[in-house]
Write a protein that binds this ligand. Structure first.
Ligand code: HEC
Length: 134
């Protein structure tokens, strides 16, 4: 039992190290002309999401599949509002309450700029809107 406990601790420690290495990299700056909302979404993404999804929304240790851009699977959420509702329920995975609704809306705006669905100067109503995700 004791040996097993030590091994579990070691695995967790390696996971945390791998995570902080990914988060240390910077999220690419939003395009010129980005709204305050999108800039704030980029900062919040860096702070609360990059840990597990990588600064570029892909190739991270915890969740390697892309969450925007080529190969993403977020179209299943249908719209900005659908993506917001997913984040509201489940993300950040370690504690969804860490980011408030305004912050999650800003993250959705940033993600959809990165995914090419909205312009960088977007101002999205709290809770997201019907903007489709392709
Ligand atoms: C502690 C690690 C962790 C953090 C922090 C985290 N996520 Fe996740 N995320 C996951 C895991 C694990 C899954 C897969 C969950 C599942 O399948 O039930 C996931 C799934 C997702 C998905 C669905 C992807 C897909 O293709 O199905 C999106 C979108 C997402 N996260 C966005 C975010 C955003 C935005 C944040 C920051 C607000 C965030 N995540 C923070 C671990 C994390």
């Amino acid at each position: 039992m004791r040996a097993l406990g030590r091994r579990a601790t070691a695995v967790v420690a390696v996971g945390v190290l791998a995570c902080s290495a990914a988060a240390a990299q910077e999220v690419p700056a939003p395009p010129a002309g980005a709204s305050e909302q999108v800039l704030s979404g980029a900062r919040l993404y860096q702070q609360h999401c990059a840990l597990c999804h990588g600064p570029k929304g892909r190739d991270a240790n915890v969740f390697p599949r892309p969450i925007w851009g080529p190969g993403h699977d977020i179209a299943k959420f249908g719209s900005a509002k659908g993506l917001f509702e997913y984040l509201q329920m489940l993300m950040p995975f370690d504690n969804p309450a860490k980011v408030d609704d305004a912050g999650k809306t800003a993250i959705v705006a940033y993600m959809l700029v990165r995914n090419g669905n909205v312009k960088a100067n977007v101002s999205m109503p709290r809770g997201g809107d019907q903007t489709g995700i392709r």
